[in-house]
Design a protein around this ligand. Structure first.
Ligand SMILES: [Zn+2]
Length: 442
């Protein structure tokens, strides 16, 4: 039974309230928000990463005191970022109540822009994609046209989602070129006329949420790390074989962007390819992707068709008016000799480049993705064979080379993960919280 000393008197309660700073009712994020209270991000991160937790487990995992954990949990429950339900397994005493991250407290809009394709998605705060739209698109049409279509698809996704419990929290865009991550500006992208220095953040400012921009291959690597073959793998390389060729590098569980953000630009590595002189779209000659990328396969396949060296490709050309990389892959599956040779040579050149990557970086996994990678087993088999034949035995002893199984979703999954990670980062979270009222008061 409580003694009279434990019961707060009206006077003492008023005095305590008067000393407490009043909660800010600001609707805009303060410019210089105070850092979050100690352990707030740690508590939220633990529940976010593990899906659920209990106060006892949080004390163990974060090293914070029991009362601090209780206060941080209460704050996060107030903000609607955590919810409490069900009972966890008892370890002898009273069964603990389970805390869960509320992934539906808000939603994210993301777009993965390739050279010739566009994937747009609506995801929850855990980065899970709820609605996905994909269509053909031409990045060379310029930012105004391309992003206008992205906005339309954003609106369609929101309309399709119907009643969402939360509001929009952030936007993530991936582009097929180098990006300065901090400023979210594309920097001299070779295949994106009109995009150099384009202010993507300003473009989406009307939506009133933070916007992040990254290179599409980095986002795909993050998607693999989160939900694909790269789950739980500390050191791996994701290779995108699409119109061009690029790589996303994961070092110690994090995306490695390099000093200027152009790490993994392997499509423009010089490869010895006999006496063929081919100028790459970057302006140099002898680049890997000028021989082995999807655009190169399409170009060489069409030339073979016109020269009468492949009846299958000629038939496709007559019907469609052009040859794509997928057509060359399809013809190779039907035994077309020219197509088999083109794919084998592309696989050999890509494998040769990756041999250098394997010897240099010693990843435990190479994930091959992108539109062209899904075209058949011959390309992957040749890549694998070349790497194993040419790499140092120690580097390939436990190396796994496999195709992405995310079915083209790696980019949007990675974009949603990137936005969620940034929003819930130590630097950003207090600004966000400053702009919100607790869920119960909304
Ligand atoms: Zn090049």
């Amino acid at each position: 039974m409580a003694t009279s000393a434990d019961v707060p008197t009206i006077e003492s309660e008023v005095a305590t309230r008067a000393q407490k700073p009043q909660k800010s009712m600001a609707t805009e994020p303060p410019k210089d928000a105070a850092p979050p209270p100690d352990g707030l991000v740690a508590v939220l991160d633990h529940v976010r990463v593990h899906g659920e937790s209990s106060r006892a487990r949080l004390v163990e995992a974060t090293g914070l005191g029991r009362s601090v954990v209780t206060q941080r949990v209460d704050a996060l429950l107030d903000y609607g970022l955590l919810t409490e339900d069900g009972l966890g397994p008892s370890t002898g005493g009273r069964a603990p109540r389970l805390l869960r991250f509320r992934a539906d407290a808000g939603y994210l809009l993301v777009a993965d822009l390739g050279a010739t394709s566009m994937d747009v998605a609506l995801a929850d705060l855990s980065g899970e994609v709820l609605i996905h739209r994909a269509e053909r698109s031409d990045i060379a049409a310029g930012p105004d046209a391309v992003l206008a279509r992205v906005e339309e698809l954003f609106d369609e996704c929101v309309a399709e989602a119907g009643t969402l419990p939360g509001s929009l929290w952030g936007i993530g865009i991936g582009v097929p070129g180098p990006v300065e991550f901090e400023s979210a500006l594309p920097i001299s992208p070779p295949i994106m006329p009109g995009w150099d220095g384009y202010d993507v953040r300003a473009r989406f400012a009307g939506r009133g949420v933070p916007v992040w921009l990254d290179n599409d291959v980095n986002m795909m690597a993050l998607g693999e790390l989160t939900a694909g073959s790269g789950r739980g793998v500390k050191n791996f390389v994701f290779v995108k074989i699409g119109t061009g060729i690029g790589a996303g590098i994961v070092v110690d569980g994090r995306i490695h962007r390099g000093a200027q953000g152009s790490a993994g630009d392997v499509g423009h590595i010089y490869v010895p390819a006999g006496d063929r002189e081919v100028i790459c779209r970057c302006g140099m000659s002898g680049c890997l992707e000028a021989f082995a990328g999807g655009a190169a396969l399409a170009r060489d396949g069409e030339a073979a068709a016109r020269a009468g060296r492949s009846p299958i490709l000629l038939a496709i050309l007559d019907e469609k008016g052009f040859i794509g990389a997928a057509d060359v892959a399809l013809a190779s599956k039907h035994g077309d000799q020219v197509s088999v040779e083109l794919i084998t040579e592309a696989g050999r050149l890509i494998g040769q480049m990756l041999t250098g990557v394997v010897n240099f970086f010693n990843p435990s996994l190479l994930v091959i993705g992108g539109g062209v990678s899904g075209a058949g087993d011959l390309l992957l088999a040749t890549i694998r064979q070349t790497i194993y034949r040419r790499s140092l035995p120690l580097a390939t002893r436990d190396l796994i080379v496999r195709r992405s199984d995310l079915d083209g979703h790696a980019g949007v999954i990675g974009a949603a993960t990137m936005v969620a990670n940034e929003i819930f980062a130590r630097e950003y979270l207090p600004r966000w919280l400053g702009a919100r009222t607790p869920a119960g008061a909304a």
